[in-house]
Design a protein around this ligand. Sequence first.
Ligand SMILES: [Fe+2]
Length: 355
Amino acid sequence: MDKKEKILIVDDEAGIRRLLHLKITKAGYPCETAESAERALEKMQAEQPELMILDIKMPGKSGVELLPEIKAKYPDTAVIMATAITEAANAINCMKNGADDYICKPFNLEEVVISIDKSLEKRRLELEIREYQKRLQQKVDEQTIEIRRLFLGAIEALVFALEAKDKYTAGHSRRVTKIALAIAKELGLPKDEIEDLRWGSLLHDVGKIAVDQSIQNKTEKLTPVEYEHIMIHTQIGAGIVKPVVNDKVVEMIEHHHDHYDGTGFNQTISGEDIPLGARIMAVADAFDAMTSHRPYRPAMAIEETLGEIKRCVDTQFDPVVARAFLKISASLPVVKNGQAAAKPLKAQKSKVSQK
Ligand SMILES: [Fe+2]
């Protein structure tokens, strides 16, 4: 049975090319020859052989010079260096640079075939191991994505359960997410940043699980201590999601109440140092909070809310983000429909929560 791997013999001496060609063809390998490094590169471009026999010493570009080029461009091609017995040290050096074996002139043709068989067997095993590792890595990646999706889905369900319990906040995170994503698209954010923002917005208030309900639902003005207590939800929320989301999402949640001018509660950063996702969420969150009923005040009218956002451009809100929101606000369903906050939760489903 003919062996299938192709072999390219690169040697400047016609006699050696003929001799090797005859022996290797007889051993069952399809075989081609090239008389120089340049010609070998041309042949490699047309069709890559699985193995190359490469003469170390050739006029023009030598085999020693050609080897790293071949290994860089065609890493799956096995290379056997052919050398005069007096240059064996050179050949051993080539093996350090990626050659698979070396054969010495004058050739023992049986040994040449053994070297070819051995090198091709090694190559086959390496390819099999690489393919196996690739499949294994693929499986690990798939499992990681699935585990992450399940975790995120569980946390998202927790957020919705928390919100559903409270008529004032029902559906808040989903509406904030819709507005935040619309702003992000208007700003031309790339896909991966939009995906981070989606998770940041959906989970931004998960830390409210640690907030005292009686303080959250208080009908009078909050005391500074009570306000401070409510604001711990940014840190707690960041801590809850940290094991399952990337750092960007964690930082968005941590800073979603930061004011652009740095005057927010216990703020450590300001302006552009606040993650862009957090600056977007700040506008979306404020809009939805103002247009929703709260225990201490009724929902604000849309026009009044937009006026309030305009008033806080450059102070509470990033001017670029706020202007993007104001520009698209009229076309947003949550804005057009007015008091979207009053809609029942079951009418608004998210992909993950349905599972
Ligand atoms: Fe919040």
